[in-house]
Design a protein around this ligand. Structure first.
Ligand code: CTP
Length: 408
């Protein structure tokens, strides 16, 4: 996908700069032409030589060469690039980018770049949370730049929190999705609004324990990405999951328990054309969440549970004629019979059936094998494939159901 694409990377002075060496290797492997600009503090962390060897191109840092007799044309660099990735983007550079300051080659290139700019912040957690950083990031997104949010984890300072630059694989994924060619069929859902649920729910037993399930959220996130790639405005409601979306246009609401997911769905479904409920919502939740951690004193013999509200069923009751509702069914026996009965009982337009009997398919892995049934009992079975491709099949089915629904 990246063959002959010109990727310009601006590297700032953050420990995360070392990750750029891995990214450059990945990009070159995919056939991209890579050039780099480093700020002077970035050069203290990674040598220009390593990046120059890996990218097979000279690495620039100043407006002129050593001798001062050759000018490094930032305008030309900005014109050359198909995409300009600024990673790691330090708090200092973000602030300058947001305010039009250009006191180095990287910033001057940013200000004159004609191509899309992607930026991946990296800094300590307090810096990342500072209102000025938040405002600068919002300003930069407002200018049309694509943010790759920092991740939560161990930071160079030894602290834990949000501020780690996204991993090279994530940066590559975002670059790839930027260049992904939209196919012709991808236009028909453009402008629609969708609600997608994903991931598990965690039902709190006490402040440290919960009842959960093995759902990773991968399937729901892939569906949200696929819809967004076709121009759908997606609201993603996710239970606890470490997945990330590839499209910054997706608005994400994080929830923990089934009740919270219920409230988020009910508050957000009314204006949506498409509702895809792929979350593995707990069917039962503790009647009482203990305020203090339960002690190992032998007194606790059982946990009393109560059923959660069936969000999908309730949306089936509440949805308008025009809204298309998709449910999921995870079955271990009598798969088709159970899925068809759920489709009818919950008033769905489509149901996506996963069977736990299918080897290699399911909850936590990267592969899935689904059968999709529509309201006319049409059954389509797909082979085992990566969840990203399964998402394409599901969205294709949504697309054709939506078309026949709007004809009625
Ligand atoms: N679902 C929901 N709210 C719940 C439970 C499930 O919205 N409290 C949704 C899921 O998002 C999924 C569908 O219902 O789209 C089916 O989930 P599944 O667990 O397979 O079926 P259940 O309806 O819970 O029935 P059962 O557990 O008896 O198979």
């Amino acid at each position: 996908m990246l063959k002959k694409k010109n990727i310009l990377i601006g590297v700032c002075g953050s420990i995360a700069a070392y990750k750029i060496t891995f990214l450059v290797r990945l990009l070159v492997k995919e056939g991209a032409e890579v050039r780099l600009i480093m700020t002077s503090s970035a050069k203290e962390i990674v040598t220009p030589l390593s990046l120059s060897v890996l990218s097979k191109n000279p690495v620039l840092s100043e407006f002129t060469n050593h001798e001062g007799d050759e000018w490094h044309n930032h305008i030309e660099l900005g014109m050359w690039a198909d995409i300009f990735l600024i990673a790691p983007a330090s708090a200092n550079t973000l602030g300058k980018m947001a305010h039009g300051i250009c006191d180095n080659l990287l910033l001057a290139t940013y200000l004159s770049a004609k191509c899309k700019v992607i930026f991946a912040p990296a800094m300590d957690l307090d810096m990342y949370q500072h209102p000025s950083t938040i405002k600068n990031i919002e300003t930069l997104e407002g200018y049309g730049n694509i943010l790759i949010p920092a991740e939560v984890g161990e930071l160079a300072s030894g602290l834990e929190g949000a501020g780690r630059m996204a991993e090279p694989e994530t940066l590559l994924k975002v670059i790839n999705s930027y260049f992904a060619k939209p196919s012709k069929k991808k236009k028909t859902l453009k402008g629609k609004k969708a609600l997608v649920t994903a991931g598990p729910t965690h039902e709190a037993i006490d402040p440290v324990r919960f009842i959960g399930n093995h759902s990773s959220g991968k399937m729901g996130f892939a569906i949200a990405d696929e819809l967004a790639s076709r121009g759908v405005k997606v609201t993603l409601i996710s239970g606890p999951s470490d997945q990330k979306t590839n499209y910054s246009e997706i608005s994400r609401i994080d929830v923990v328990g089934a009740e919270e997911m219920y409230n988020a769905c009910l508050n957000n479904f009314i204006d949506k054309d498409l509702i895809v409920m792929s979350a593995a919502v707990a069917d039962y939740t503790p009647i009482k969440t203990q305020v203090q951690k339960i002690k190992k004193n032998g007194k606790m013999k059982s946990i009393s549970l109560k059923p959660t509200r069936d969000i999908l069923k309730e949306l089936g009751e509440k949805k308008s004629e025009k809204q298309l509702l998709v449910g999921f069914a995870l079955e271990t026996e009598n798969e088709l019979v159970n899925a068809k009965s759920k489709l009818k009982r919950k008033k769905l337009d489509l149901i996506v059936l996963n069977s736990l009997n299918d080897k290699d398919a399911g909850f936590a892995g990267d592969l899935n094998k689904v059968t999709i049934i529509d309201a006319n009992n049409k059954i389509v079975s797909f082979r085992l494939k990566p969840k990203r491709k399964v998402a394409i099949d599901i969205v294709d089915m949504i697309d054709s159901s939506q078309k026949s629904k709007s004809k009625k």
